[in-house]
Design a protein around this ligand. Sequence first.
Ligand code: GLN
Length: 500
Amino acid sequence: MSAARDAWRLPATALAEAVRSGGLAVEAAVESGWAGPAAQWEADVRAVVHRDDSARAAGAAAARRLPAEAPLRGVPVLVKDNLCTTDFPTTCASRVLAGYRPPYDATVIRRLRAAGAVVVGKGNMDEFAMGSSTEFSCYGPTRNPFDLERVPGGSSGGPAAAVAYGLCPLALGSDTGGSVRQPAAFCGVFGLKPTYGRLSRYGLVAFGSSLDQVGIFARHAGDAAAAYAALAGPDPCDATTRLSPVPDVARWEHGVQGLRFGWPANLWREGVEREVVAGLEAAAAALERAGATRVPFDFLPGEYAVATYYLVATAEASSNLARFDGVRYGFRHEDSPDVRALYTRTRSQGFGPEVQRRILLGTYALSAGYYDAYYLTAQRARTRIRREYQAAFARCDLMMMPAAPTLAFRLGEKLEDPLAMYLSDIFTIGANLAGIPGLTVPMGLAAADGRPALPRAVQLLGPDDAEPVLLAAGRALEVRGEVARLEARHETEVAWPTKR
Ligand code: GLN
């Protein structure tokens, strides 16, 4: 293969190795995704909201000056537009932050750069990460590269779609209620939400601070492991980061012999698409072939988590978003007669409809007369939900369930029905309430008459700090559990979208 032109097809770790051994220039590694896949896809998919060729070139030049051992040297990474970057705007896909450029890099961005990775732009998202389809963006929606009539999922739809079509082998998103795991499922890539506090939130624009976690998109389990190893760890700038030693994910290739995986089949007895269930069956069979054991049990239905989440998350959002008032950042309504009008008009015009809905819901849940009935009750429910997960993990090492009840849905399908949109997170939200890690694993394509083949996926959840187990199981599924193939390295066929 022509090394430079086809470099975008390589896993991140192989790309970094090609750069390290001198076979590939850093610039060529960074540019190959733009030259090939982006030229073909970006105009239709619109995954990238801030692109700047000179900032990208400066990033590549900085990576070139790093020592050869930097583990991700030359790897291009698209990052969600709610992670602060000094060289690209950070707007959370909101008018209220139009033109805002942070004076500092988020900790995960600093660590990415220190590892030699190059930030190549900012990825589209639902405004302030509120949504499940990337349709609530002031820049317009991102489309799913497997079917341009469908959504890529959300809220981190841009980063997910970019990894799927080949712009970059790695991307960063944020996961407050599933915004990494659900778009990963819709776009057919890996999506890791680490344990709460494993990756610093410093410089991640806050949505629901007790739920937010930076997450990783990758086409290979090993790449997700490499990114996790580079990013995880305590940060003095984020008091909620975990201080215990970071779990060692170097064993991501070691297989699943003896592993027990929970199989809460009551959760998909109804309301889950047939193709999604077929993906679960295929994944369970593959893990069993690789030496794991299925442990069936009933688990708490997701409705409780959804109800709890939409109180906790909106309450925290209403408080976090109070800072966008026209005084400090971005957009300001001009010619307001007084400061009160300035706040009201800036916020009414700066925030889109979903963000305003969340602020209203959250303010209501926290208001004096309703605090006990809603917010406090939700906090109690949250504790109960965490206990349910802990009890389940006394019986198994990880649990398998859908990442979403459906395959990627059509653009516009749920836009007018907030509740339907909220229910697309029914399988992901529990992990954020419980603080536990989760991994979406792509399971190939589901073909059907009358539409293009769409990605299907499963979700694996584990107890706190189970990232090594999740990644090992993800890897076993990546090679469908066959020992001989497990021993080879990145040989998996990636499902690439094909243009109709
Ligand atoms: N879709 C969920 C919401 O709208 C989760 C979003 C997220 O994880 N950022 O709140």
